[in-house]
Design a protein around this ligand. Structure first.
Ligand SMILES: [Zn+2]
Length: 91
C-alpha cells in the first residue's frame, strides 16, 4: 500500500476532532439547546451560556475531587484505626 493512501485515511478524522475533541456537526447550545448559527465549532449560543457551561464543568470536577478525597480520608482513617488496635492489643 502506498503511503499516500494512509495519509488520506488519517487526515479527515484529524480535522473532525481538531477543535477540542467535540463532535463536529452538533448545532445546538449545550446549555439551553438553542440552535447555533455560528459556523465555528462553538458549543454555546452566548457568552452567558458559555460561562454557565464552564461553571457546571468546574462544579462537576470539584465534586468528583471531593469524593476522591473523602474516599482517601476514609481509607487513611481505617488504616490508622487498624494500626492503633494492633498497638493496643499485641498478640
Ligand atoms: Zn445557550
Amino acid at each position: 500500500m502506498p503511503p499516500d493512501d494512509t495519509m488520506l485515511h488519517v487526515r479527515p478524522r484529524a480535522v473532525q476532532t481538531a477543535a477540542d475533541g467535540t463532535v463536529v456537526g452538533s448545532r445546538a447550545c449545550e446549555v439551553c439547546g438553542t440552535a447555533l448559527t455560528g459556523r465555528e465549532s462553538q458549543q454555546t449560543c452566548s457568552d452567558r451560556c458559555r460561562a454557565r457551561r464552564w461553571r457546571m464543568r468546574q462544579a462537576r470536577r470539584g465534586h468528583h475531587r471531593d469524593n476522591e478525597l473523602r474516599v482517601l480520608a476514609l481509607a487513611a482513617r481505617q488504616a490508622i484505626e487498624a494500626l492503633e488496635r494492633r498497638l493496643e492489643d499485641p498478640t
